[in-house]
Design a protein around this ligand. Structure first.
Ligand SMILES: [Zn+2]
Length: 507
């Protein structure tokens, strides 16, 4: 099948075809019917919700010779003229482009000219929040005293960035995210129209991928139509989206909730090897856990989820096995990790830590279970031999604030740099450290008295701090251990023995 560019072909040409924004359409068409057109409009909302389409329709409707119920007829000479790309009377300015300032200056010069065919000249300024201050000022002057024949439609995805002086002069419309049912019927309508067969589950997956944006959903649909051979199936859509096979996700969830650490690591490995992106995987597992919660809590999950029968059955069965609190905790962790992944140095390890965090949600010794993976990363034996975690006594609440797993990951990287630094003192001081965590933007290292002395008196804590910052963008904080396992003197003597009497003097 030839490439269709569905987004272009099915761009709405009248308000009737604009989906999901009935509240806006009603007001706009009424303004046309009762001839109460304003001079400045602000259309705001997420990308792909129809702002520019609505602006173009509105621009034709207010000029149309025979408007039908507030819609442009799209037949008269004016409509036909205005629909042309280079129409003089509808000027589209992209404020995000480099020549935004020039375009506004040009606008000020030409705004006095009468429209060439219709009653109004319409300026549509896209991404208006991107205008520079000087461009805003120029625009403001025009908005203050607009000629009678001019209408401005300002479109933006980030209304909070707009100056109040502009906002106060515009009639504002907030475009909503489009509901999945509306996206669903739009998609099926288009597929019927182009003559492609489909399953209900496939179309639902396309609509869900749009996440409220018509443009995004149509772009997925475009790729699906080009990809599918014959009937469009659920699995075709997953493949287009680069999403993970639901059976694999099912297995991963099972491994996580049965606390099968080895299973988790093996599955992540096999999914990563199949070329799936870790961030898509994180999203997929979050959606899956949300679906589990829907199965547990909702009256008619089947209708809400629209999944293929076999996948649905497995999901229901699985969701009944696990406690709601565990699922909520998991959802929370995976939602957060999605954001963290954007900045992660090693996304895969970050994701694995998240999985293990969930797997060990009611145990304190999470860290111990990370050792297997850490050993894998640190192939050259950078980690000290004894990696037994010594946890101070604390309440569960405190454990939640301190991220030991993350601390461990950072430490593994830091230690590698310390070994490379050729500083014997630093490297000795860092030996056998096994209590570290991340807390409130700090990387906290719990040190014994001797390690503390060694790091601070030799100013190696500064070097270590730099390394920590370079590896993790966190600040180093040294905390002396509360442990009274051995005396300070003992520790110091051990160290002296280790690095030599000439390098460390006990006073
Ligand atoms: Zn017309």
């Amino acid at each position: 099948m030839a490439y269709l560019a569905i987004y272009r072909k099915y761009r709405p040409v009248s308000f009737d075809k604009l989906i999901g924004q009935q509240h806006i359409v009603r007001t706009l068409t009424n303004q046309i019917k009762f001839d109460r057109v304003s001079h400045a409009y602000l259309f705001t909302g997420t990308r792909g919700t129809g702002k520019t389409s609505a602006a173009r329709i509105f621009a034709r409707a207010i000029n149309c010779l025979h408007p039908v119920d507030g819609n442009p007829c799209n037949e008269c000479v004016v409509c036909k003229e205005l629909v042309k790309q280079n129409s003089m009377d509808i000027v589209e300015i992209d404020a995000a482009s480099n020549n935004g300032v020039d375009a506004i200056r040009d606008l000020r010069e030409k705004v006095g000219y009468m429209p060439s065919v219709g009653k109004y000249k319409v300026y549509i300024i896209d991404e208006v929040h991107m205008l520079t201050d000087s461009a805003y000022n120029a625009l403001l002057k025009t908005l203050e005293e607009p000629p009678k024949h001019v209408v401005f439609i300002l479109c933006t995805t980030e209304v909070q960035k707009m100056p109040a002086t502009i906002l106060s002069r515009c009639l504002r419309f907030d475009f909503k995210l489009v509901g999945i049912d509306e996206l669903n019927s739009l998609m099926s309508g288009i597929l019927d129209d182009v003559g492609v067969e489909y399953t209900k589950e496939a179309v639902n997956a396309v609509a869900a991928a749009g996440e409220g944006s018509v443009r995004d959903a149509l772009s997925v649909l475009d790729r699906c139509v080009a990809f599918a051979e014959g009937k469009l199936e659920y699995n075709d859509v997953l493949q287009i989206l680069g999403a993970t096979d639901k059976n694999k996700i099912y297995q991963l969830a099972e491994a996580i909730f049965t606390r099968d650490v080895a299973g988790v690591l093996e599955l992540v490995d096999s999914i990563a090897k199949s070329g799936k992106s870790i961030s898509v995987l994180a999203k997929d597992i979050a959606v899956y856990i949300r679906d589990m919660l829907i199965c547990q809590k909702c009256q008619n999950p089947k209708q809400i989820l629209t999944l293929p029968e076999d996948i649905y059955q497995k999901l229901v069965e699985q969701s009944q096995k696990y406690d709601q609190n565990r699922l909520l905790f998991a959802l929370d962790v995976f939602n957060k990790v999605e954001a963290e992944l954007r900045y992660a140095i090693d996304p895969r390890v970050t994701f694995e830590v998240a999985c293990l965090k969930v797997a060990n949600d009611d145990r304190d010794e999470k860290i111990v279970l990370l050792e297997r993976r850490l050993a894998q990363i640190e192939k050259n034996g950078v980690l000290p031999r004894q990696t037994k975690a010594v946890m101070p006594e604390q309440t569960n609440e405190q454990i939640h604030n301190k991220d030991y797993a993350q601390g461990r990951m950072v430490w593994a990287r830091v230690l590698k740099q310390v070994r490379n630094s050729d500083s014997f003192v630093l490297s000795s001081a860092c030996q056998d450290m096994d209590n570290m965590y991340v807390c409130d933007g700090d990387f906290v290292l719990v040190v014994n008295e001797a390690q503390h002395v060694l790091l601070t008196q030799t100013h190696h804590n500064k070097t270590l701090g730099d390394i920590v910052f370079a590896e993790s963008k966190l600040n180093l904080k040294l905390v002396k251990t509360a442990e009274k396992r051995s005396t300070v003197q003992d520790d110091l003597k051990d160290l002296q023995h280790l690095i030599g009497k000439d390098k460390l003097k006990i006073v």
